[in-house]
Write a protein that binds this ligand. Structure first.
Ligand code: G6P
Ligand code: MG
Length: 214
């Protein structure tokens, strides 16, 4: 039986995936690098420096470590500007109801985001208290698609991974969930999230009883 649901943040609970996209696209453009929504799919769920590496790989130029730090900081400043004024009204439709449904069913809730801005966003959205555990991205060694983050969340919750559902909007995230041995619930399009166990368009379609089969 399912005993915990572990949520991704960006693109699942809030539309911050779009802000990451805008900030990366502007940065890529300053470097003369093409950037579109299709390429952006590969960056979702991937941490800041690894995302930057994927973008800069499109350039013929070589970047020093210092230059990369400057670019990563610029992107983050832009992202922080875009998210600074978020409020609970920016929760995606169905997000609060899904979190409440998990708690009401007596299951544990976890948050697994590799974003170092996750705690700030949770404060803006006023949902920190909805989680029994929030993994601190600063303490991770690997980004998604490695399973470390979902395994860490399950471990903190004291639940076997096989009794967890992971909820994700990214390709890297679904791979991470499956590698952790969990049920992968995709948010978005089944054409994109091909490895998910089930895909729903958004959390308004979250029906715990469909997944928490005993
Ligand atoms: C999430 C997002 C990614 C983002 C990563 C790091 O996984 O899906 O798009 O690159 O977090 O975010 P950060 O806020 O630490 O730069
Ligand atoms: Mg995401």
């Amino acid at each position: 039986a399912i005993e915990a649901v572990i949520f991704d943040l960006d693109g699942v609970l809030a539309d911050t995936a779009h802000f990451h996209f805008l900030a990366w696209r502007e940065l890529a453009q300053t470097q003369g690098i093409d950037f579109d929504e299709t390429f952006n799919e590969c960056l979702k769920g991937v941490d800041r420096m690894a995302s930057l590496e994927l973008i800069l790989r499109q350039s013929s130029r070589n970047y020093t470590h210092e230059e990369k730090q400057v670019l990563a900081n610029k992107k983050n400043q832009h992202y922080q500007q875009l998210t600074a004024t978020m409020t609970p009204a920016d929760l995606l439709p169905g997000a609060r109801e899904a979190l409440e449904a998990v708690r009401s069913a007596g299951l544990k809730t976890g948050l697994a985001s590799v974003s170092k801005n996750a705690f700030f966003i949770l404060e803006r959205l006023e949902i920190r208290d909805c989680f029994d555990d929030v993994v601190d991205a600063a303490l991770l060694t690997h980004t998604k698609p490695h399973p470390e983050i979902f395994l860490t969340a399950a471990n903190h919750l004291g639940i076997d991974p096989s009794a967890c559902i992971g909820v994700e909007d990214s390709l890297a995230g679904i791979t991470s969930i499956k590698a952790a041995g969990m049920f992968a619930l995709g948010i978005g399009s089944a054409n994109v999230l091909t490895d998910a166990d089930l895909v729903i368009p958004d959390l308004r379609h979250f029906l715990l009883n469909d997944y928490a089969v005993n």
